[in-house]
Ligand binder design. Structure first.
Ligand code: MN
Length: 321
């Protein structure tokens, strides 16, 4: 794959667009928001008309990123405005991006530019700027700017550093490579402040949320033979602490960063008889294969699935039946 050619092709598509629709995936994290918001800033400085969409509401914790104020979650943006280019960030497929249906309501089929780093990416775009070696989609977008001679502003650097810090677990997980550190170093030079961004990403927990985490920690089971530590979060736990399900989302990453096991599995009871599973590893196990076997997907080190069933405690750990 000639990434230089891909970066150039994507640049031509974006700079020649009449109007771009920029998309972040639902339940947005710092990477999809950072990468997409950096592109919002690029469109502004290059006078490219652009709209920005995410199916879900943008959490307040990310509002420090310039560009996030432009997000809409109103699906009518797909049909009410003509967009000839659709740029999707950090999504392996259009379903994951939350727009598989919405895209059919567009007046004319757009040219899709797909910026991503997931190994499971389905290359759904006309241009697929997919680099599975990149730490984050933010790093892919950073390379896109550098390859095309785009001046990376302070605003862009704050957004891109957010994405890199999110997906590297603040430079601690296996996604932390010399290229991600080199990119981050350059972003600091361009005005991003690492302690300000990492504070936004880490120091944002509430007491009820941590009480929920404590409940999940108390249920941990360790299957020594398989090297899997598992736990479960039930809907009644959320009710007890009066917190939203999204507060359970950091549990798997936290356990993965502090537990000395091969694989972490966190099962979360969802409404309608579904169970969501999050696999994490810091070892050699390819958890995207485990998730894919259950109809999910993701990265080698972080993957997930949603299945019908209920969570059951066994001698060896928590399972879905
Ligand atoms: Mn990512």
């Amino acid at each position: 794959m000639d990434t230089r050619f891909l970066h150039r092709t994507a640049y031509d598509a974006l700079t020649h667009a009449s109007r771009v629709l920029i998309v972040s995936h639902p339940k947005p994290d710092g990477d999809t928001l950072g990468a997409a918001s950096a592109m919002v800033n690029f469109c502004r400085t290059h006078n490219i008309p652009a709209d920005v969409f995410c199916l879900d509401h943008i959490p307040e914790q990310y509002s420090y990123m310039p560009g996030t104020e432009e997000y809409t979650n109103d699906p009518s943006i797909f049909s009410s405005q003509p967009h000839d280019v659709l740029a999707v960030f950090d999504a392996g497929d259009l379903r994951y991006a939350g727009i598989a249906e919405l895209i059919t309501s567009m007046p004319t089929p757009p040219r899709i530019v797909n910026f991503d780093h997931h190994v499971t990416n389905e290359r759904f775009g006309a241009v697929n700027v997919v680099d599975v070696k990149a730490s984050s989609t933010a790093e892919v977008v950073y390379d896109f700017f550098r390859e095309n001679g785009v001046e990376v502003s302070r605003e862009m650097s704050i957004c891109l550093l957010t994405g890199i810090l999110t997906d590297t677990g603040v430079f601690s997980n296996a996604a932390t490579t010399w290229t991600s550190l080199e990119a981050a170093s350059d972003l600091l030079r361009r005005g991003a402040k690492i302690q300000e961004v990492s504070k936004k990403l880490i120091q944002n927990k509430t007491v009820p949320a941590l009480r929920l985490w404590g409940t999940a920690f108390a249920r941990l089971k360790h299957n020594r033979e398989a090297g899997v530590a598992s736990t479960a979060v039930f809907m009644k736990d959320l009710d007890e602490e009066q917190v939203d399900g999204e507060h359970a989302d950091g549990i798997s990453n936290f356990l993965n960063s502090v537990l000395d096991v091969k694989v972490v599995l966190v099962l979360k009871e969802m409404s309608g008889g579904f169970v969501k599973g999050s696999y994490r590893t810091t070892g050699d196990t390819d958890v995207s294969a485990l998730a894919k076997a259950l109809g999910g997907g993701g990265h080698k080190k972080a993957a997930g699935f949603t299945v019908a069933g209920r969570i059951v405690e066994t001698a060896l750990g928590w399972v879905v039946q």
